[in-house]
Design a protein around this ligand. Structure first.
Ligand code: C5P
Length: 335
């Protein structure tokens, strides 16, 4: 029963968070005025913030007892090495992904990035069908086709616009970054969903997030050392940091935790639906307040197709297979 409002609450949080993050991140990069902060350090701090938040949640969940929290971590995280180790896969992909988002948003304006990133729904659908045996119906395939057309329209429109303006950014680099992001997001998201919903049922969301964080923090540190090690040593870890950088870190951390809750209480496809709505919001804010983008007919048509496709996808969901429905009902009982 309680799962229904939680589902919509998580979707609402992720819509608002995605819009805010994309705009603040783009603003923090586009207005860095020659002193851009090291994105890899922001990613590392985000992972550390998430781990702290998860530890705090576990402590609250365990009657504010440090001893009980430590015992739980010993039993469910250290004591389950194989179960914990599998989370290294999404953690590794998310580390690359979280760094690539900065590359994409350094080279593309916020709405273009968001519309192109919707291609991840296509990858997510394919992965859900293969890895979770989720049925993708005829209407949903049509919706995916519409999605691809919409993304293509925006892409053509943006490439034309980029030829004339924004000479300091590299549109192709931004585009390649988004394509890599789509692959990684689709696979890692469905992988995490499979662990959450089809793995050991006794593991709570907080334990799963802790298992993920255990890898994400060291991976983030390695990424920072490899990407910016020499420059960090020369200029310092916090070089170029402004209030916007801290806002990006806070929003990223909140977003990560919101994503995990959305995947638990809804699913990865519905998460895509929520981010589609945030596209409309970020286009309007970018256009109205930041002056970052001019709205052309091509862009508007493409964005409409993308958002429409996402709605169509959600409406056209086929009924779950009987076996899958029975398994879901059994899981619901356990929870
Ligand atoms: O765009 P996408 O939805 O794939 O982004 C996923 C984001 O959520 C990544 O930044 C990832 O680090 C974060 N995440 C998280 N904890 C999870 C699952 C995802 O922090 N359990």
């Amino acid at each position: 029963m309680g799962a229904v409002p939680l589902k919509w609450l998580t979707l609402l949080v992720i819509t608002v968070q995605t819009t805010a993050l994309v705009l603040v991140m783009r603003y923090s990069r586009a207005n860095a005025s020659g002193r851009p902060y090291f994105a890899s350090t922001a990613v590392l701090l985000t992972e550390a913030a998430k781990m702290t938040a998860v530890l705090l949640t576990l402590w609250l969940e365990n009657g504010r007892s440090v001893a009980r929290t430590a015992a739980l971590l010993r039993r469910d995280v250290w004591g389950q090495p194989r179960d914990t180790a599998q989370l290294a896969v999404p953690s590794f992909l998310y580390t690359i992904q979280n760094n690539l988002v900065f590359v994409a948003l350094t080279n593309l304006d916020a709405p273009t990035f968001q519309v192109l990133y919707q291609l991840k729904i296509l990858v997510t659908a394919l992965m859900s069908s293969v890895m979770l045996k989720r049925r993708v119906g005829a209407v949903q395939w049509v919706a995916l086709l519409v999605l691809v057309v919409g993304v293509g329209l925006v892409q053509v429109d943006r490439t034309a616009a980029a030829d004339g303006r924004h000479r300091h950014t590299n549109h192709l680099v931004g585009l390649l970054a988004v394509l890599a992001l789509c692959m990684s997001s689709g696979y890692a998201g469905v992988f995490f969903e499979r662990v959450l919903k089809h793995g050991a049922a006794s593991q709570s969301l907080s334990v799963r997030n802790m298992q993920l964080s255990l890898f994400s923090v060291p991976f983030g540190a390695v990424a920072a050392a490899l990407n910016d090690g020499a420059a960090i040593a020369e200029h310092g870890f916090f070089y170029g940091y402004t209030g916007y950088t801290w806002a990006v870190i806070a929003l990223q951390a909140l977003g990560g935790l919101a994503v995990s809750a959305t995947v638990k209480y809804a699913d990865n496809i519905l998460k895509g639906f929520a981010t589609s709505i945030s596209i409309l919001l970020s286009v309007l804010i970018s256009w109205g307040y930041l002056g970052d983008v001019s709205l052309s007919a091509g862009f508007a048509a493409g964005a409409l197709l993308v958002v429409g496709a996402t709605f169509l996808y959600s409406c056209g969901r086929p009924a779950p297979r009987p076996a899958a429905a029975a398994a879901a009902a059994a899981r619901h009982k356990v929870e």
